[in-house]
Write a protein of this length. Structure first.
Lengths: 311, 290
């Protein structure tokens, strides 16, 4: 403190001032450079490379001597029935998963907000699924829904008294539903944690005022709680939509997209094309289109967010 | 603020339902721990046996390399558990530290400097986060093979660090934004350089943010599957998630061994998450309110 006051406009202060200007110029670049280089190396360059390969007939079997074949991969893709099937199913998967998680998240968070003692412990319990790797959740649910020794069929066995063998992961709508259940189990806690924090940040007086006005429990929830935490709902929905769109681990381990493509989603199909089917370039074109769609969604979202937040 | 309604009977039903719902989210974890210490005969029994009659820790001793019978893990093959553990720990810890350093620097720049192109760079970071690991794994495999990084822990570390930097930068931007500008000004008046202000004033205040970002980065790397499954071929770089996948590839699915490995994989996650729970919630919600 004293030093600065005594220093006044001495040489030393001037030097610091000059430094400050230079630093404002170069420091942001120096600080950002590692991140930019790294992201370009691991994300940017591979995406550009993948775009380039999508215009060739590259396969892993023939890594050299591939030829440029224009947009014919994209034409093949748009004519591909399974591509459209998995595309539609992915959209359905995102819509169902995110909306069910939203509703469950709101309801559970609302219930938890009424509890005063032990809320911290309940929150920790609720966070348990967040610690599971998606691959772990997939493996557990594959086992829970196993037709022979699975937990669900065992429960049904004990209730009904005779062996129940429901092939949960094999039958047509059941496989998709089972994966959806696993996804919802895994990700609802994220919603609950965010919404609970949202509800706790709303001033208690607002709830009391609505009670004085004679609002019922449902009315309080619908017209006070939900609107007050809408920014939280927006961010949670946005983050979740993008994450569910990336779904691969869970489906890959539970069914691998099968049997007979009954649970095929975009990314399991990309993997199948590129590695199992040796159509690496076709897989690249599909991967590129999907990533572009995610980009558009992210771009729209963060534009809105940046405007509201001004960083 | 005290919630007066707590003891009113109108929440009794709600609380009972809540406990039922929470148990659905909690029971699978208990079941996994329980199954990992039960003998295989009980697990595969028909009709099912619900209450354990005896405890059996062979699944854990087998994981640590002491295979006692041929039935363990398929046909007497032992799981290279210690290799997975080493690879997983090195890849996650090193990439978490790197991502924290690089992401924090980026977050500091985003929150405290005004310059042309800042919003574009910030946005491009978020776009990078939207690219799923499986989309990266295909071209990364070719790239890494060319420069000798495939099936190496270094390769995984580089990939994981890059995958974690955007989210770390985003969280840290929020945490730096919480620091009042006046504090920095005060530091400059006292003769601090920008760097000094960053080190002495900002860094201590963002420690909770670092804890939260660190956990997210650690969990992402620790749990990552898509990239590792493509890049890792041998025990030189296979991590836990890839190793777990091997269990299902076995001719005989060993559910007990799978459970034991899951429990071991969960332990660090549970410890870290509980340790920094409060910061985690704050980190997650900061984006929504600021």
């Amino acid at each position: 403190m004293n030093r600065t006051i005594i220093g006044g406009v001495s040489d030393r202060t001037n030097r610091i001032y000059r430094f400050a200007i230079d630093e404002t110029k170069y420091l942001p670049i120096a600080f950002l450079l590692p991140a930019v280089i790294l992201i370009f190396f691991v994300v940017g360059f591979p995406m550009i490379y993948s775009l380039y390969l999508s215009f060739t007939d590259f396969t892993l079997l023939k890594p050299t001597g591939y030829e440029f074949i224009g947009i014919s991969n994209y034409i093949t893709l748009f004519k591909d029935r399974i591509f459209w099937l998995s595309f539609r199913r992915t959209i359905l998967y995102i819509a169902l998963a995110v909306n069910i998680e939203l509703i469950l998240g709101l309801v559970i968070a609302n219930m938890m907000s009424h509890i005063v003692r032990g809320r911290g412990i309940l929150r920790t319990i609720m966070m348990m699924p967040m610690m599971f790797a998606p691959i772990l959740v997939g493996l557990q649910f594959k086992w829970f829904f196993n037709d022979q020794v699975g937990l669900i069929n065992n429960i049904l066995y004990s209730i009904t008294g005779h062996p129940v063998i429901i092939p949960w992961l094999v039958q047509k709508p059941l496989g998709f539903i089972t994966i959806l259940v696993a996804e919802i189990w895994m990700s609802t806690p994220f919603m609950v944690i965010i919404f609970l924090a949202g509800i706790m940040s709303v001033p208690q007086e607002i709830f009391e005022a609505s009670e004085v006005d004679g609002a019922s429990g449902w009315q309080k929830f619908r017209y006070v709680t939900v609107p007050s935490i809408s920014p939280f709902i927006f961010i949670a929905m946005a983050v979740r939509s993008l994450d569910v769109a990336k779904a691969y681990d869970l489906v890959s381990i539970m069914t691998g997209g099968g049997p007979a493509r009954r649970t095929e989603l975009i990314w399991t199909y990309v993997f199948r094309l590129a590695f199992t089917g040796q159509k690496f370039a076709l897989g690249s074109s599909m991967s590129f289109i999907t990533v572009l769609l995610s980009f558009a969604f992210t771009f729209y979202l963060f534009r809105k967010l940046l405007k509201a937040r001004k960083i | 603020m005290k919630r007066k309604e707590y003891r009113k009977p109108k929440y009794l039903l709600s609380n009972i339902i809540l406990i039922l719902i929470l148990s659905i989210f909690f029971i699978p974890s208990v079941w996994i721990v329980l199954t990992s210490v039960r003998p295989n005969i009980e697990i595969n029994a028909r009709p099912p046996i619900w209450v354990p009659r005896q405890l059996d820790f062979t699944s854990y001793t087998a994981l640590l390399g002491r295979v006692e019978s041929a039935e363990e893990f398929g046909f007497g093959q032992s799981v290279p558990f210690l290799d997975y553990a080493r690879n997983s720990i090195i890849a996650s810890v090193v990439s978490t530290i790197l991502a924290l350093v690089i992401g924090t620097l980026a977050g500091f720049v985003f929150s405290s400097f005004e310059f042309r192109g800042r919003d574009s760079i910030f946005l491009s970071f978020m776009l990078a986060r939207a690219v799923p690991g499986i989309a990266l794994s295909l071209p990364l495999l070719i790239l890494f093979t060319k420069i000798g990084l495939s099936d190496r822990i270094y390769g995984l570390i580089i990939a994981y660090t890059a995958m974690n930097v955007p989210f770390t930068a985003w969280l840290m931007t929020g945490f730096f934004g919480e620091i009042p500008k006046e504090l920095n000004d005060a530091a400059f008046i006292d003769g601090c350089s920008r760097w000094g202000a960053f080190l002495r004033v900002n860094l201590p205040l963002i420690l909770p943010g670092l804890a939260a970002s660190g956990i997210f980065a650690f969990l992402t790397s620790w749990n990552e599957f898509a990239v590792a499954s493509v890049i890792s071929r041998t025990t030189a770089s296979k991590t836990f998630p890839v190793g777990l996948f091997d269990f299902t590839a076995e001719f005989v699915s060993d559910w007990r061994g799978m459970c034991a490995m899951s429990v071991i994989m969960l332990i660090p996650a549970v410890i870290f998450v509980i340790a920094v729970q409060r910061n985690l919630v704050k980190g997650l919600t900061l984006g929504a309110i600021k």
